[in-house]
Design a binder for this molecule. Structure first.
Ligand SMILES: [Zn+2]
Ligand SMILES: [Zn+2]
Length: 243
């Protein structure tokens, strides 16, 4: 499988860095984890097809993770009339709100080709290529909404996306330590990395890729990465990894 990081910035774009969106390609189809702006444009610039996109999985409703969802859904209707995919958001209310918004902008969407669902703890999506599992995190406080880490399994390989987490990493997925992974993809924004590097050192994975990175952590990584007991890198926008 191939992973492409379209946007590796923190909660806002930086010069040369856009918001979150990571594409997994496998078996001639693809799946997108998060849809921050301008992931639709970056997909096109990288030659990625909307027609082979089968699923879009939103970790949580912060706009740096779903801000370009309206454009994506519009493009399915107007510019890619044979494209079809499942779109998963973390709560039912978000679908209805988005339906009203999209109707006001573009008259809604083709329900046969744009199929919305609600992500949930445990397996919430499975097809002949991939299985997706939701692991709740505590990233969002004080508002009745949800945030998830995701496990994606394809080609017999296991990929863990942490999504955004709490500032004390109390919600770091225990599965990262208790199970074995081909790659773990972690955010690098909401905690001081030097304080929690041991949380990452205890991961049972062949590879660790940091994304969603903030400047005060990036500058520390040159010293910290070599101390981790597996291959560990910090992704940049446009990076591709074959797993
Ligand atoms: Zn974020
Ligand atoms: Zn967030």
């Amino acid at each position: 499988m191939k992973l492409t990081f379209f946007g590796t910035s923190h909660g806002a774009p930086e010069v040369g860095r856009f918001c979150s969106g990571t594409l997994m390609e496998t078996d001639g189809v693809s799946y997108l984890v998060d849809c921050g702006a301008p992931v639709d444009a970056l997909m096109l610039n990288k030659g990625k097809s909307f027609e082979t996109l089968r699923g879009v999985f939103i970790t949580h409703m912060h706009e740096d993770h779903m801000g370009t969802l309206p454009a994506m859904v519009k493009e399915f209707g107007h510019y890619h009339p044979t494209a079809h995919a499942h779109f998963f958001v973390p709560e039912e209310n978000a679908i209805e709100a988005f339906r009203v918004w999209q109707a006001a902008m573009h008259g809604g969407w083709d329900e046969k080709r744009v199929i919305f669902g609600v992500s949930a703890p445990g397996v919430f999506f499975e097809d002949e290529h991939i299985r997706v599992w939701g692991i709740p995190t505590d990233h969002i406080h004080g508002f009745p909404t949800y945030a998830y880490a995701f496990e994606l399994k394809a080609e017999g390989k296991r990929v863990l996306f942490t999504g955004d987490m709490r500032g004390d990493l109390a919600d770091f997925p225990t599965a990262a330590h208790e199970e074995t992974w081909d790659v773990i993809i972690s955010e690098l924004t909401h905690f001081p990395i030097e304080k929690y590097i041991d949380v990452f050192a205890r991961c049972r994975t062949k590879q660790l890729i940091y994304n969603h990175k903030i400047n005060y952590n990036i500058e520390k990584m040159g010293k910290l990465l070599p101390g981790l007991p597996f291959d560990a890198v910090v992704a940049c926008d446009g990076d591709e990894y074959v797993i």
